[in-house]
Structures are given as C-alpha cells and as structure tokens.
Design a protein around this ligand. Sequence first.
Ligand SMILES: Nc1ncnc2c1ncn2[C@@H]1O[C@H](COP(=O)(O)OP(=O)(O)OP(=O)(O)O)[C@@H](O)[C@H]1O
Ligand SMILES: [Mg+2]
Length: 371
Amino acid sequence: MSKIGFSPIKIKSFSKIKTYDDTLPSLKYVVLEPAGFPIRVSSENVKVSTDDPVLFNVYARDQWIGEIVKEGDYLFDNSILPDYAFKVISTYPKEGGMITSETVFKLQTPKKVLRTQFKKAKFSEIIGQEEAKKKCRIIMKYLENPKLFGEWAPKNVLFYGPPGTGKTLMARALATETNSSFILVKAPELIGEHVGDASKMIRELYQKASESAPCIVFIDELDAIGLSREYQSLRGDVSEVVNALLTELDGIKENEGVVTIAATNNPAVLDPAIRSRFEEEIEFKLPNDEERLKIMELYAKKMPIPVKANLKEFVEKTKGFSGRDIKEKFLKPALHKAILENRDYVSKEDLEWALKKILKDRREVPQHLYL
Ligand SMILES: Nc1ncnc2c1ncn2[C@@H]1O[C@H](COP(=O)(O)OP(=O)(O)OP(=O)(O)O)[C@@H](O)[C@H]1O
Ligand SMILES: [Mg+2]
C-alpha cells in the first residue's frame, strides 16, 4: 500500500493530463466494482476492497485522471494489482465524461449474484436418505403441477443434518427431475450493507423465482441468519433479513410454483419464529454400513481409472463418514495418488493411505468442526 502517492503512479497520471478535453463533461461521481483480471492468473480468487474510502479516492484519481469513461466501461489498475479491472457501475453525469482531480470514486462490493445455474442430479445418485426422499415426493408433485394445490401447496421445507449428507444434492435432484428452476442463495449473503438492502434483495429473489416458476429457492446456511435470539446479539444486522424472509415465507399468492428449501446443520440453534415457518423438517443422516458401501461403489465406478480393491474392507473403517467425506476426502486423494504414481488403477494401498491421512487430519482439527 505504501506505493500510493509516490512517484511511479504520478508520472503515469501526469502524462494522461494531456488528454484533457474541455468539451467533455467532468465526472463528479464514479461508482466502481472490482471485476477481476481479464485473464485467469491462477486458481485463486482475488478479492478487492478498501478499508479507507478517502485513500481509495486518492489512489483512483491519481491513476485514472484524464480517462474518459461511461457506465459499463472498465478501468485497469496500474499500480498495486496491474491490469486488475474495475467495472464502472454508474457515473454522474449519467452519460459519462472525464475523470478529473475532483471526481469522487466509490468502490462498492459486487452485488451478490443469485446462482441460477446448477449441476444436474438424479434421485438415483442419492444413496440412502429414504425418509427424506419419501417426504420430498410431495414437493415433486407440487412442482409438477402447482395449480392442483392452491393454498395447500408445500411452501417451506427445512433440510437438516450433518455436513455432506446430501441436502444440496437432494435439492438439485428435485429441480432436475421436475424440470424446475433452481436459485441458490447463501443466507449470509442476504445481509446487506445498508438498511433496506436485505429486504430489496429478498424481494428480488422471490420476484425472480415467481417469474421462473416452477422454481426451488434453496437457502443454504440458514443458521447464519436464523439464529435464535440468544445468539443473535452476536449479529445485530440480521433482523432485517429475518423479517423480510418471514414475509416471503408466509407465502404470498404470486409465489405459486415456488418452494423454499432451507438447509442447516443445526436446527436447534434456529430462531423459533423462523423454524416454525417450515411446515416440514426433513432429516438427513450419516450413511449406515450398507449405504457407505453403495456410496463407495457409486463413486468408484465414476472414477477415470478403476479401483482394484475390495471396498467391503473399508466399510467398517469409514464409520461416521458422510457421502462427501467418502467422495472428497477418501476416494479423491486415493485416485490422485494413483495418478501421480502413473498407475492405471487405484489400489488397496492408495485407499488405505487416504484413510490414514483423513484420520490423522481429523485428530489435528478440533472436534467441534465436525458437528
Ligand atoms: N447420500 C448421498 N449419496 C450420494 N452422494 C452423496 C450423498 N451425500 C453426499 N454425497 C456426495 O457428497 C457431495 C456433497 O453433498 P451435499 O453438498 O449435498 O451435502 P450437504 O448435506 O448439502 O452438506 P452441507 O451441510 O455441508 O451443505 C454430493 O455432491 C455428493 O457427491
Ligand atoms: Mg449443502
């Protein structure tokens, strides 16, 4: 940061002053959003923000003075993150103009995008969770024929259970199998910076859902905003989100064909007012012995090279593992090891090695992280 205000940037900026054009309006305001690099530099996501808006103004003017911009243009950083792009979200005057030494910049964080693209999934890929599947049948019927239900529609459903047990997978499968739209939001992202942001975002969310009906609105990490009051003092800013969400969950008519599925690992910490809005609570459990074997078999079959080992030997050893643990922490590292060793199959030793590693990692991570 110490670079700001020092000569290398100034020299660049002064050279731009030559481009001043009296006929162009001077910009009073420019609102920017970090947009990223024009090419991918690494797999890392660079997050750009500022702790000091005044300092950001000095920094921005200094390097972009003399630039002519309008809404939708990009400005490239010349200094701390060379070639990092900022998108011009709006300007005043609206038609754009020239950046001068008086231009005021605002760096805002990008609007949280509603994720409407999702990975398709099938019910047949979900091992176990029979109870959950049974309870989801009515949601399927509803999404297939919302008109039939009228005011008797299933509207709000809560999925709960340990991490990695298939809650998101089930929601994706429901959307896929019923050919419905799917909007995923993470509850913490609904917390806005300003009063009114959250209500606006939630209204827009349901507006979009209505327009795309039949639609599943999947609210992940519900506990982050729906915490019971005793925990809420930790986060004073959530009450607006909660109230706005309650209004929508109470079910306005226009939301026909829209089902809200919220997910949490820990329903016990939810605010009773929020929890009571869910007509149905659907539990997801850790897989039993037979289910773990089936999960191993399912993913072993999907691997790019075959597994040459008796998976039954790993049933007992993977007790307490979720579907995600089995796939991501057990099978995947074993596969990677085999590939690194240029083998065209995954061996029993690879699997044992992965197992040892996961058990070692677990011992080193505080247990409360494995709720
Ligand atoms: N019952 C299951 N059958 C098959 N695969 C499973 C199952 N449970 C989990 N998986 C695998 O683990 C992945 C992660 O599961 P998912 O994202 O659905 O977990 P989750 O319950 O939503 O977890 P979290 O609470 O952390 O959000 C799935 O995409 C799938 O590959
Ligand atoms: Mg999930």
